[in-house]
Design a binder for this molecule. Structure first.
Ligand code: SF4
Length: 388
């Protein structure tokens, strides 16, 4: 299969890395440790950098997180000097104090919508763009299909990919109008089909904007890698994609795997080594789990995700989706569409059946409760096995 020529996107500089403009596809990853745990996060950045990441993202939700990020940057300045990106979700006003410590700011248009409702979206974007210009850094408009602003969700109804694409186009246009062109866009979802469709649609309308590809909450290896591979094979072979992140649920010490797997996927695709995916891949039990980040409420989350995978093996042939999320920021919303949802709190786990809360259980009990619920879901729906 011949590769299409890479789309000629704008070049966006992120520290010493270049995204787009014909540069090799940049590989990114994200620290999963608590940002305020400075030694652990510093080690996490070193580990991801050693694996070959071009840009490393760290989440910041508070002034204390920002102070910690400043300290981490200072500690690494004279050694590995990584290109750092910050993930801002809840409070865009942190841009001002975090900008001096990073090379790129990622904001989520859906979360921006919810904050300071009396202010227009354009004013909020203008505020972030002005700060980015002043500090000579880049931006990423990071749209997630699961957290698009409610106005677009209402307008597009079932076409959630349409809502995601419109949100990305709208923000790209606002930034253009403001004269700020040093930005990349991402359109992500845990369903690789939506990632492929969303990026294709956006790229058709804005071929000039560099795209950051990723399947969010892809889960644990090997399934998480397979879902990501399918999306990347489709998009990169069409010339779409300037930077990537492979989101995997992994123990902290293995986080460098996101980068090594990413490089392997790019090398395979560029060399024409496509893996044939069985026609029934994606049928049967589907476990979605977030890659975890500094917001994870309890580190027991990673073990919980692994134990769930083990425990649910008996139900592999059933068409059931289970979502396991690490925190309250994305947990409640991102589990709504799953048959069974688990999102973690500091001391316990919220168990859901669709949008309905079943209960809040301690970490050492939730697995049993989830098993009971899984049996009930299989029985209630009279599910036939996917492969029978
Ligand atoms: S669900 Fe929460 S912990 Fe998991 S990656 Fe998203 S923000 Fe981080």
């Amino acid at each position: 299969m011949a590769l299409a020529r890479r789309k000629p996107t704008r070049a966006v500089r992120v520290g010493t890395a270049q995204i787009g403009g014909g540069a090799p596809i940049a590989v990114q990853s994200m620290a999963a440790t608590k940002t305020q745990d400075i030694p652990a996060t510093t080690r996490q950045v070193q580990l991801i950098h050693a694996a070959g990441a071009d840009v490393i993202r760290i989440a910041c939700d508070s002034k204390k997180d920002v102070e910690a990020l400043g300290e981490i940057r200072a500690r690494l300045k004279d050694s590995i000097a990584p290109n750092l990106s910050v993930d801002l979700q809840e409070n865009y006003r942190l841009s001002e104090i975090v900008a001096p410590h990073v090379d790129k700011i990622r904001y989520n248009p859906g979360h921006l919508w919810h904050h300071e409702r009396e202010k227009s979206i354009r004013d909020k974007v203008a505020y972030i763009a002005e700060i980015a210009s002043k500090h000579d850094i880049a931006l990423r408009v990071g749209v997630n299909c699961g957290s698009v602003d409610p106005e677009k969700t209402a307008k597009f109804g079932d076409d959630d990919v349409g809502a995601m694409v419109e949100s990305a186009l709208e923000h790209a246009q606002i930034l253009d109008d403001l004269g700020f062109t040093r930005f990349v866009v991402s359109l992500k979802d845990s369903d690789w089909r939506k990632v492929v469709e969303g990026n294709r649609r956006f790229s058709a309308q804005r071929p000039d904007v560099p795209l950051h590809l990723g399947v969010t909450e892809a889960g644990m290896p090997p399934d998480g890698i397979i879902k990501t591979r399918i999306a990347f094979e489709q998009l990169i072979s069409e010339g779409i994609g300037d930077t990537i992140r492979v989101s995997l649920t992994l123990p902290f010490e293995d986080k460098g795997q996101e980068v090594t797997v990413g490089r392997e996927l790019i090398a395979d695709i560029e060399a024409g080594r496509f893996r044939s995916v069985p026609a029934n891949f994606g049928e049967g039990l589907n476990i979605i789990s977030c890659p975890s980040c500094s917001r994870v409420e309890n580190e027991a989350f990673i073990e919980l995700a692994q134990d769930m995978k083990e425990m649910t093996k008996y139900a592999q042939a059933y068409q059931v989706t289970i979502a396991i999320m690490g925190c309250r920021v994305n947990g409640p919303g991102e589990t709504d569409d799953a048959d069974i949802g688990l999102w973690c709190g500091p001391l316990g786990v919220n168990l859901k059946h669709g949008e309905e809360i079943v209960g809040h259980f301690p970490y050492d009990r939730v697995l049993d409760e989830a098993r009971v619920l899984l049996d009930r879901v299989i029985e209630e729906r009279g599910l036939a096995t996917a492969r029978s």
